[in-house]
Write a protein that binds this ligand. Structure first.
Ligand code: PHE
Ligand code: NA
Length: 515
């Protein structure tokens, strides 16, 4: 079995790998945009509430069920949940997790490959000769696949294959020599780069290097509580969605890692350490880079407009240009640090998603690590290419919607019900606290038993049926649609038709300070 064959080499390695699993693009790209779109200070309260009532409980559930499954040599969500629930139906629920991992991994690997390309172009100085429009167009031409403005043929495919190959190579080396080693190298570098960039962003001064506002204005925007929008369901759904995505819960990726934890090793402490590391990187570092820079250069209103026209534009169409305002050395450094940080954030997450699929292939077909890694590579190639070639048509966004939003909630809802009511919280709490070095507050018992499953059911219903344009004041039920956020949903309702909420063709950000 793979249980005896693989395990984490050290406690610090385990915690770094779990933190690396959680820390990803979600922390640096998704969180700032979610916070901006949901009113800054209005977002942070629901966000923290969801962290305690959903995020931490789900972390505890996934860590403990994962270690539990490992005792029986099961390492993937379908097998682990079958062992926990003792009925075949739970294996099918676990398959939702594999589905999410596959689908998210496909577009996530593509994004990760952009960061490689952007590191290359930052070091190469490609961006320093471009104006704002040039940088924005570079990204658009990059996404066209065949025509890149820097003359590398099929550049996006080249970097995608490079990135996928690197992931598969690391994964084929197994847990200790592959995943754990990568986290031990990547995570410290990521935190170092993050601190440097956060310092630069916060110390941005109005009137210097094209900035129109102080960077600190961005922090004020995020950290000034606003109580008026707190009862808006849209903000709560966004906060819950962000907590899921950022903590990597709801898809069995944590279960897969936890299944390699030794039977009596502390998981309560591990879950808290990795979870809080992710939160530090998200709200402290993630909240102090993109938001201060964006607001420093554009102000709140303009930034709202930019993020509405596609949430990726800020990082990939604007930042390289803003860095070039920092002078020749800092512009190369800024770009390299920022996209380098994104790369390490990304790869430690793709390794986690990859591991959970590899573990499934091994559990199910008894492949060895090497063979399972190769098959994973082929799967991601096949699923990744449509999101590359049909990016603008919205395939990428569609993957994110079904894999990264809906399936996550379904999986989380069932896993929390299974744990609290199927497995039973008496045994469950014993599993969570076995070997624990920390004293977990017992308030988590009623939370896990009642609050978390109930909230998940409500979120599932609300995420599935949403009012048009997220206008929750609409009373007419005719204006409520199933899945109207997705293309499939829109076509079914003869809605507005395909669109792409990540990317807009007309994107071109102008700032009073930087033209
Ligand atoms: N948590 C990662 C992020 O914040 C995304 C992720 C989800 C990674 C699920 C692994 C598994 O970007
Ligand atoms: Na994260």
């Amino acid at each position: 079995s793979i249980a005896s064959e693989q395990s984490w080499g050290s406690r610090i390695g385990l915690v770094l790998a779990m933190a690396g699993n959680a820390v990803g693009f979600g922390n640096f790209l998704r969180f700032p945009v979610q916070a901006i779109e949901n009113g800054g200070g209005a977002f942070i309260i629901p966000y923290l509430v969801c962290l305690v009532l959903l995020g931490l409980p789900l972390l505890l559930i996934e860590w403990s069920t994962g270690r539990f499954g490992g005792k029986f040599s099961y390492h993937s969500s379908p097998f682990i949940m079958f062992k926990v629930g003792q009925k075949p139906i739970w294996a099918y629920v676990g398959v939702f997790g594999i589905f999410s991992n596959l689908v998210i991994l496909s577009f996530y690997t593509y994004m990760e490959s952009w960061t490689l390309a952007y590191i290359y172009h930052s070091l190469n100085g490609s961006f320093s000769s471009m104006n704002q429009e040039g940088v924005a167009n570079f990204f658009m031409s990059y996404l066209e696949v065949s025509t890149t403005s820097t003359g590398i043929p099929f550049e996006s495919i080249v970097f995608f294959l490079l990135c996928l190959g690197l992931n598969i190579w690391i994964l084929s080396r197994g847990i200790q020599k592959g995943v754990e080693l990568a986290a031990k190298i990547g995570m410290p570098i990521l935190v170092l780069f993050g601190i440097i960039l956060a310092y630069k962003a916060i110390s941005l001064k109005a009137g210097v290097a094209g900035a129109v506002y102080d960077g600190i204005e961005g922090l004020n925007f995020l950290w000034t509580p606003q109580y008026d929008t707190i009862w808006n369901p849209k903000v709560w759904l966004a906060a819950a969605g962000q907590i899921f995505f950022t903590l990597s819960v709801g898809m069995g990726a944590i279960m897969a890692y936890a299944s390699f934890v030794k039977p009596k090793e502390d998981i309560a402490g591990g879950a808290m350490a990795a979870g809080f590391m992710n939160e530090f990187v998200e709200v402290v570092l993630g909240g102090s880079i993109l938001i201060p820079i964006a607001i420093g250069y554009f102000g709140v209103d303009k930034i709202l407009e930019i993020t509405r026209s596609g949430s990726l534009g800020l990082a990939f169409q604007t930042l390289p240009f803003l860095f070039s305002k920092w002078g020749p050395v800092l512009s190369v450094l800024g770009g390299t640090l920022f996209f380098g940080l994104l790369f390490f954030a990304g790869i430690t997450s793709t390794l986690a998603m990859g591991t959970s699929i590899i573990n499934f292939l091994r559990d199910e077909f008894k492949y060895n690590q090497h063979k399972a890694a190769i098959i994973l590579g082929i799967l991601i190639l096949v699923l990744g290419l449509p999101s590359i070639f049909y990016f603008k048509e919205g395939v990428f966004g569609e993957y994110d919607y079904w894999g990264g939003t809906i399936a996550l909630v379904v999986f989380a809802m069932f896993e929390s019900i299974l744990f609290a009511w199927g497995f039973g919280l008496k045994r469950g709490w014993a599993e969570i606290t076995e070997g624990a070095d920390v004293n977990l507050p017992r308030i988590f018992i009623p939370i896990i038993k009642y609050v978390t499953p109930l909230m998940l059911i409500v979120i599932f219903v609300a995420a599935t049926i949403r009012p048009v344009n997220d206008d929750w004041s609409l009373k007419n039920i005719g204006n409520w649609n199933f899945h109207n956020e997705s293309i499939i949903g829109k076509i079914a309702h003869k809605g507005i038709g395909p669109n792409n909420r990540y990317f807009s063709d007309t994107y071109y950000a102008e700032s009073p300070g930087v033209v």
